[in-house]
Design a protein around this ligand. Structure first.
Ligand SMILES: Cc1cc2nc3c(=O)[nH]c(=O)nc-3n(C[C@H](O)[C@H](O)[C@H](O)COP(=O)(O)OP(=O)(O)OC[C@H]3O[C@@H](n4cnc5c(N)ncnc54)[C@H](O)[C@@H]3O)c2cc1C
Length: 422
């Protein structure tokens, strides 16, 4: 087995150019496959808000040679801290330097657009990325014999009538995936849980106020926890912007088909009445914001069609707030497995391997994120007191996130291949 490139060069179509699709294009292209990405939007960009890059993803970005570029704008938080919503009192803190010592790579806070640009620039060297190209269907053909082995080629149909055949189609087309219909007949887009206002406040305004200046200078990832809602804040873009994700219960002010609506400081103020003074000051500085639907759905049971179609990222598991991290891990695992086919008949086996490796991981992360969501939104009372006590002990005990942050894609793939030789 060659750990870097595939002995059998495949033609691969990736549907969607989000962070998952770009990671797939980058890794599969570097593995020697011919990769084409179709993106529906006219430009390959990401929405302009922040994203947290935990050590399990920093490890991948370092492996892909992108760490140096990332560090030009990413912010390394000094700590994660948890605070009460009404007084702002800190109830727990975790030192990020200890995290870096333990896992060998940092946690970063990044502007999504910047991470997307870095990934795009790296992926376009090894993949053909075509925008303005909406995929309307993925069809699976009849098997044919090729180079002595049985081969089935899926075909991607585009809205302008183009049809493109490939050996493998990777559905990285997000929560409303079209590819999912081919894999498991499910075209639903999940159920709405909470909403989140997403905002970037200029730190040049925050440093004019001593209370807000501290938030900029201490570079913590701060989570304010309150009944039914929470706020996460951190610096991005070399410290020039303070990203805020303000989650609150869903309201019915969004069309079923839309993902976001513009929100306003007044709307946000109304959602956070009684929250500590720094939150009120931050809301006063919000230049513009949008309110996002947060979507949850059970992890799909079928991720793979043996006709050569596979789903990654939100298309098979929307996970809040770790979805991009999981989409990028999915891509890395899929590409590592697809360095192994010797014949076309190996492809379904390797796609099954991908689902076998990734489903337990994503199910675990979904469970963690649901529990965290519920824990951050507790009403004041015995549950909240127990939570705050547990958080107050984090500083001494350190993190217990080995399973979450210590994940190693190549070890997972190697173990699977050893147990299930081709
Ligand atoms: C409020 C909020 C905060 C979050 N914070 C974090 C965080 O801190 N860390 C984290 O890891 N995750 C976070 N997430 C989750 C993360 O945003 C998603 O899980 C992640 O973007 C999924 O990536 P993806 O590539 O699978 O899909 P997407 O990013 O949705 O990309 C899908 C792409 O496919 C394209 N597309 C769709 N349909 C078609 C088609 N038919 N033909 C062609 N192209 C198509 C779309 O235009 C898009 O470019 C957050 C999400 C929310 C809502």
């Amino acid at each position: 087995m060659n750990p870097n490139t595939s002995p059998l060069k495949l033609s691969i179509v990736v549907v969607g150019c989000g962070l998952g699709g770009l990671a797939a294009a980058l890794c599969l292209g570097r593995a020697g496959h011919r990769v084409t990405v179709f993106e529906a939007a006219s430009e390959a960009t990401e929405i302009g808000v922040g994203i947290q890059v935990p050590p399990n993803v920093s490890r991948l970005l370092r492996e892909w040679g992108l760490q140096e570029e990332l560090e030009k704008t990413a912010v390394k938080p000094r700590a994660a801290s948890w605070r009460r919503y009404d007084t702002g009192t800190m109830v727990g803190e975790l030192d990020a330097r200890k995290l870096e010592e333990k896992y060998g790579v940092p946690h970063y806070n990044v502007h999504r657009g910047e991470l997307h640009r870095i990934m795009y620039n790296a992926a376009k060297v090894v993949a053909n990325i075509i925008t303005n190209s909406r995929v309307t269907a993925v069809n699976v053909g009849e098997p044919e014999m090729r180079q002595g082995s049985r081969r089935i080629q899926p075909t991607v149909i585009l809205s302008d009538g183009r049809q493109v055949c490939a050996d493998v189609v990777v559905g990285a087309d997000g929560v409303k995936s079209v590819t999912r219909g081919t894999v498991c007949g499910d075209s639903s887009s999940g159920s709405k849980t909470n909403s989140a206002h997403r905002v970037i406040v200029p730190t040049s305004e925050m440093i004019k106020d001593s209370a807000l200046k501290e938030l900029v200078e201490n570079t913590h990832v701060t989570c304010w926890m309150g009944p039914g809602r929470n706020i996460v804040g951190y610096c991005v873009s070399g410290g020039t912007g303070y990203n805020l994700v303000l989650s609150c219960p869903s309201t019915d002010d969004m069309e079923p088909e839309s993902w976001s609506i513009p929100s306003s400081p007044d709307m946000i103020r109304n959602d956070y009445l009684g929250w500590e003074p720094r939150i009120q000051k931050l809301i006063d500085l919000i230049p513009s914001s949008s309110k996002w639907k947060l979507v949850d759905r059970p992890i799909l049971s079928t991720w793979v069609h043996h006709g050569g179609v596979v789903l990654i990222g939100d298309a098979c598991h929307p996970l809040l707030p770790y979805g991009a991290a999981m989409a990028m891990e999915d891509a890395a695992v899929l590409a590592a497995l697809l360095t192994n086919p010797k014949t076309y008949t190996d492809i379904p086996h390797l796609l099954d391997a991908y689902a076998d490796i990734r489903k337990p991981r994503c199910t675990y992360i979904q469970d963690v994120s649901r529990k965290n969501g519920a824990m951050f939104h507790l009403d004041d009372g015995p549950g909240q007191v127990a939570r705050d006590l547990a958080l107050s002990k984090l500083a001494e005990g350190g993190d217990n996130n080995e399973r979450q942050f210590g994940y190693n894609v190549h070890e997972e793939v190697q173990q699977w291949i050893e147990k299930n030789p081709l």
